[in-house]
Design a protein around this ligand. Structure first.
Ligand code: 5GP
Length: 256
């Protein structure tokens, strides 16, 4: 077996050099971390589910014209992606108050927001990914004014699309985090969606019961973390239940 060159190891994913120039392989680990890696665990099967869910989301988003880094899934834990220069910001979109917004502003968790709110955090683990304003971003040149316009417009389009998609399967999209990258092709630079979209990076509540189907189950010691991720995958049609347990299916419904 040839050994690939590791480019970067993050908390939940590893990036390897891809088979062709301009590509990378994104490997999804089972590791879960929270509170800036103060809390850690290995959750059997999480990486496999996130690989599938992120593939599903990125493919659907590409289908409605939202450019992203996903090329194809390689196997259970890996996907081929376009190499980008990551913009050092986390873009958070919120529809319902929860998490740090509730803590910071004293708004009760579960309060519907009057409109979708976009926040920016600086990607910096040592500083705990602090919230930053557009003034900070411009002053420190973390993203250009044109990129900021693109980040906001693309994030709101992702929100509209994903809110509808999840509502259709009985899930409320409370909030989520996106990352974007600069993609260079034939000297043309484009802002595209990168990283992953999964229950690690979204808050997903059952529409009827408000049961949490996301990483808050881990953060708040609620148990059943991978079961909740599997439930999201099941509702999206990515896995189907069989007498033998959960079975992964391809998009056309055939076992894979
Ligand atoms: P909060 O700011 O309330 O902690 O998070 C808002 C949303 O962004 C949640 O859906 C949360 O999962 C996601 N999020 C915020 N920071 C991170 C991060 O560093 N990693 C991941 N995977 N998701 C994050």
């Amino acid at each position: 077996m040839t050994r690939r060159r590791m480019i970067y190891e993050g908390k939940a994913k590893i990036l390897y050099e891809g088979p062709e120039p301009g590509t990378l392989v994104q490997y999804f680990k089972d590791d879960a971390t929270a509170f800036n890696a103060e809390k850690k665990a290995v959750l059997d099967g999480k990486g496999v589910l996130n690989n599938r869910i992120s593939e599903f989301m990125m493919t659907r988003l590409a289908g409605v014209g939202i450019p992203n880094h996903f090329i194809k899934r390689l196997n259970m834990r890996e996907q081929l992606i376009k190499k980008v220069e990551i913009i050092p910001l986390e873009v958070i979109v919120r529809n319902v108050a929860a998490g740090t917004m509730s803590k910071r502003l004293g708004v009760e968790e579960g309060t519907q927001l009057p409109r979708a709110i976009v926040e920016f955090c600086l990607k910096n683990d040592e500083l705990g990914d602090p919230l930053v304003s557009e003034e900070h971003i411009a002053a420190f040149n973390w993203a250009s004014p044109q990129e900021m316009d693109e980040l906001i417009a693309l994030s709101l389009r992702v929100n509209d699309f994903m809110s509808g998609l999840f509502a259709g399967v009985g899930i409320k999209l409370v909030d989520f985090k996106l990352e974007f990258g600069r993609h260079f092709e034939n000297d043309v630079q484009r802002t595209i969606l990168a990283d992953e979209i999964s229950p690690d990076s979204c808050r997903l509540w059952d529409l009827e019961t408000n049961e949490k189907l996301d990483k808050d189950r881990f953060r708040r010691d609620l148990g059943g973390v991978t079961e909740a991720y599997a439930e999201v995958a099941r509702r999206l049609g990515i896995i189907k239940e069989s007498a033998q347990g959960a079975e992964i299916v391809s998009f056309n419904g055939a076992p894979k």
